[in-house]
Design a protein around this ligand. Structure first.
Ligand SMILES: [Zn+2]
Length: 240
């Protein structure tokens, strides 16, 4: 089986890039989206994209936990990366009330990311935790093919988002959710993506188990499911 890991923080591994990319290959990860959480990740993510152009799709953004890193050159710098990398996505970004209930600063950053995403026609990789009400106001404005990373919403929320044709990425933590199976079944099969969110929510070696679990819940063949999930990611995230 081969996988397209749609959310991994390559900048946060202790391993050397060559060794890390070999590890991904061994785990079946043919392609991945390398996301940024911090502004300081951007040059590292860019380096991965330059050195492993066929395998790494870069994503530049600022995680809602770290919006105090926002500075005067934020927009200019982000735009420069989008221009250098025509295939780059924006993320991860979004809203999270877990560490800070005041989302004012998060809104300021997100509005800039959204504006750039719309101008450059790039999908957003969205992180939304305890903030569905804030995100909902943006639903109709989000660019095509945007991805709800580590989707943790309800079946109802999934139904709302599917009207816009967005994508949903799940990782091994998804199964801890109440009604996980029902939520998964409610998502159109061409809108489903997989991710490791390594080195955080799971490891790249867990993707195989994740796909097997998905196949089991959807009562599909494992290999067929893996191929379908790979194709979904190509369609969502690779512009051709
Ligand atoms: Zn992440």
């Amino acid at each position: 089986m081969q996988f397209f890991d749609t959310h991994i923080h390559l900048a946060d591994f202790k391993q050397e890039p060559q060794e890390l990319m070999a590890r991904l290959k061994k785990a079946g990860v043919e392609k991945c989206v390398c996301v940024s959480a911090h502004v300081r990740d951007w040059p590292i993510v860019a380096e991965f994209a330059r050195n492993f152009a066929f395998r790494v799709v870069p994503a530049f953004g600022l995680h809602p936990w770290y919006v105090d890193e926002f500075g005067a050159t934020f927009e200019h710098d982000l735009e420069a990366y989008l221009e250098e990398f025509p295939a780059a996505l924006i993320g991860e970004c979004g809203f999270d009330r877990l560490k800070n209930t005041d989302v004012t600063a998060q809104k300021k950053v997100f509005d800039i990311e959204l504006d750039l995403a719309r101008r450059y026609h790039r999908p957003l990789l969205l992180h939304t935790v305890k903030a569905d009400d804030v995100m909902q106001k943006y639903d109709a404005l989000l660019p095509q093919n945007s991805v709800f990373h580590s989707f943790s919403g309800s079946k109802e929320r999934a139904a709302q988002l599917q009207k816009f044709g967005f994508y949903f990425a799940v990782n091994q933590k998804f199964w801890g959710k109440k009604n996980a199976n029902d939520i998964l079944k409610s998502i159109a099969q061409d809108r489903l993506l997989i991710e490791s969110d390594a080195p955080y929510q799971s490891d790249v070696e867990d993707l195989e188990e994740l796909v097997k679990n998905i196949a089991k819940v959807l009562q599909k063949d494992e290999k067929e499911t893996a191929d379908k999930l790979y194709l979904n990611a190509l369609e969502a995230l690779i512009d051709d």
